[in-house]
Design a binder for this molecule. Sequence first.
Ligand SMILES: Nc1nc2c(ncn2[C@@H]2O[C@H](COP(=O)(O)OP(=O)(O)OP(=O)(O)O)[C@@H](O)[C@H]2O)c(=O)[nH]1
Length: 608
Amino acid sequence: MPHSFYARMVIAAVMPFMVMLTGCITLYQASQAEQHTARSVAQTLGVIADANHLMRLFMDAETAQRGYALTRDGDYLAPYQRALSMFPRTLGTLRDSVQGETQQQRLARANRLFRQWVKNVANVSIVETQGNGSGLPGAATPASKRLVDEFRVIMGNFIDTEEASLHVRQSDSRDAAMNAQRIMIVSILLALAGALVTWWPLFQRTRHAVMEITQRSRRMVEGDLSQRVILPGRDEFAWMAHAFNAMAARLEALVITEKRTSRELAERVHALVQERTRDMRARHALIETLQACRDTRSAQDALRDQLPHVFSHARGGALWCLDMHSPQPPQRVCHWGDAPENDVQTFQTCHALHTGQPQDIALPSARHASVCPHVLASPTPGRHLCLPLKGSEGILGVLQVHWLPERDADDDNDARVDFAKGVAEDMVLSLSNVRLREQLEEASIRDALTGLYNRRFLDETLARELARAERQAVPLCVLMLDIDHFKPINDDYGHALGDRALVAVAELLNAHVRRDDIVCRYGGEEFVIIMPGAGLDAAQRRGDHLRRCVSALDVEANVPAPIRLTVSLGLACYPQHGDNAEHLLHSADMALYEAKQGGRNRLTIASP
Ligand SMILES: Nc1nc2c(ncn2[C@@H]2O[C@H](COP(=O)(O)OP(=O)(O)OP(=O)(O)O)[C@@H](O)[C@H]2O)c(=O)[nH]1
């Protein structure tokens, strides 16, 4: 039996058909035999009928002769005449129909007997016609009687033989019919049995395979991917089971991989979200802190504290700042992590500082020509980012960040670069705001013409310094200074020159006081110098020195000789000349008035 299910199906379909075909052929042959025997029977019946007919012809002829002999009536001879004409024909038919030597001999004998009888009858008739008509009629002669009797015996034997043959043939015909019936029944039974034998295993196999595959498939659909189809054998169902199992195993492996990948992805996303959230919080905290800073120093302190938290995922970093209004080299505000401690000279080679363009360097793959020299000074592998803090006025500084290389995490690295750029932009904005605020505040306390502190700042500062002097129990002097005869300068040379003179005196005052002294323009051509910690003597010496310097000052004008100035000064000292700002200023003002009244270009100490 082949292993292929398809081949077995073909066999199962063809085998009953072949059995039925064989049965039909056999049945056909049996029916042919039965027809043949039926023809033989019919032929034998015809022979028997012809034999009886032959006997009847002879008997009728003999009876006719007897009747004629008794009656001499010619009408009695009609059967005899018919027998004479029909006997040869009937005998010929019999001879053609009968087979077998004995039966042919019997027919030949019967023919001779009939011919002899006819001759006897004819001879007797001639004797009677030639004689006197006495004696026995021809048919009734003993010789004729013997002929007739012998004829009867021979034909009787002939018919007996044919009847025996008829019995045999009828029996054969019945047997053939029975055989045909048996063949038909056997063929049908064999076809049914063959169909049963071949189809039943196929049905069983199909039912089992379909149920097995259906059940396993249903369980797999419900989520149990460990299901496997068990169908031993080597047919198509076994192959299908093998394919199903291979498919299920692959699916199971894929699902396991997909679950693991999803879990890893979820963990990574969770970690990333946490990292981003932490970074964003740190970034917002930095922005808020920077927004609250009133000056650059506090902003730099905030950056020093918080940048390591903002870039907690970085390996290290540094912040360099420039003073826009000073030619000073950049200052490193802070650095954290394993950032190399570049000195100013090394840092000044940074491309970002010179080009104002961000430098994104991946070591060791980056081309050396495009890498900042300060990065090459300690070429740690990873991503090195130099971001210029570019404000509207120019470059405020450079932010450097360094990450270790992370394999298969290009998106993370890019996100970190974007984050760092965002932080740099925040810093630029915040530092610019702080600087703007500083400038505004500076402008609000400075005199626009001379750059000295204005009267508003004087009021605030004097009160604060007096409080400190009181707290520290130290003296404080206020020197009020007024340019003598300034009005004629304006009138004679114009306000522009008057302004230049004011600026020259302001610069001189600034240049000749101590660092802690505060020089203010009190109004017009009047100045006040707050001298914290200075006693009356020291202040007097400082005032006289200033007076002398001013009198030596040359203010260039469009006249042959430079203009010379003199100043009058009033000096008041805490605590002896006043214990608050208003009182102290008033005392200084009174002393100044006295100096003016005293002839100008002199210093007068306030009265106690
Ligand atoms: N060019 C210029 N002149 C100013 C400025 N502020 C005040 N002045 C002038 O300074 C002059 C002050 O004159 P006065 O108050 O009469 O005093 P003075 O001429 O110096 O005389 P004495 O103080 O008595 O010696 C006025 O003419 C003001 O217009 C300023 O910012 N620029």
